[in-house]
Design a protein around this ligand. Structure first.
Ligand code: PAF
Length: 283
């Protein structure tokens, strides 16, 4: 598996691919890849002639007291997974390659980024939009693949692509779960045995909410209350937020009448986990 660290080298490979008439897919990641990432790569491989996986722990999307330095990294393991999944190459730059020391240009958004994860991580989406824009300019993909676990990120990127006229199709891919239901995440590795068990409360509580909606409940507050109460029954869990919002605008909604996103972030010990489901009422 070829690992490219230099922007100009990557650009010249992509120029060669384009001369051959190849389509290009991009799977942006922060590495420490798991089956969720693999599903994105496999989908990208099925839809493009060449696939670039970017593997870069992006410093600008971490807040000052967040886990930038401890974020798990293992490029050899990542390379083996990418190879198996059929990716063409990994783009694995150093932070100095991606950001000039005196970088002062960012991509930011007025709405969509203030609620949900944006409330406790106020600079996070500015960092995500900035690095994803840079990756789009460097790789110039036809399609880019993002997981639905980061539902707010996916909505933000779709909006950014629309607003800034990127000629790129954004492909959202379903959440991949462990056999017991926990959504796959590189941060799951932070959990000890007891926390790993406790973490199941997040998915289980969301399932309760989803069942309520399927049974006809249309009052968002009632669903939110049931999810919250169930999460609170787990002593190791501390809620950051439970929200029911319009799936496209991410604005709060009192009634479940259009497609809604129910999203939650919960600390299990010191590890912050997120999960969600989307529900579209019939008729
Ligand atoms: O979802 C992620 O892993 C990151 O936020 C992304 C999109 C790779 C940007 O750094």
């Amino acid at each position: 598996m070829q690992i490219i660290k230099n922007i100009e080298e990557l650009r010249s490979i992509i120029r060669e691919w384009r001369k051959e008439g190849f389509s290009v897919g991009l799977v942006p990641t922060m590495g420490y890849l798991h089956e969720g990432h693999k599903s994105l790569i496999v989908k990208a491989v099925s839809e493009n002639d060449r696939v670039v996986v970017s593997d870069f722990v992006n410093p600008t999307q971490f807040g000052v007291n967040e886990d930038l330095s401890s974020y798990p990294r293992d490029i050899d393991r990542d390379a083996a997974l990418c190879q198996k999944a059929g990716a063409s190459l990994i783009f694995h730059p150093e932070p100095e390659e991606m950001y000039f020391k005196d970088n002062c240009t960012f991509v930011d958004m007025d709405s969509l980024t203030k609620g949900l994860c944006g409330r406790t991580r106020p600079t996070h989406f500015r960092g995500v939009c900035t690095v994803v824009s840079k990756l789009f300019h460097i790789v110039t993909p036809d399609r880019a693949y993002f997981g639905e676990k980061d539902a707010q990120q996916l909505a933000v990127i779709r909006r950014m692509v629309r607003d800034l006229n990127f000629a790129i199709t954004i492909v959202g891919c379903p959440i991949v779960r462990e056999p017991d239901g926990l959504a796959m995440s590189s941060r799951n590795t932070y959990l000890n045995k007891e926390e790993r068990k406790a973490a199941l409360i997040l998915h289980k509580s969301l399932v309760i909410g989803e069942e309520m909606m399927k049974a006809g409940e249309r009052d968002a507050a009632a669903v939110k209350e049931a999810i919250t109460a169930n999460i609170e029954s787990e002593p190791l869990a501390r809620i950051d937020y439970v929200e029911i919002v319009d799936a496209e605008t991410l604005e709060n909604t009192a009634r479940i009448e259009r497609s809604v996103l129910t999203a939650a972030a919960v600390y299990i010990g010191s590890t912050r986990l997120i999960d969600n489901f989307t529900f579209q009422p019939q008729g």
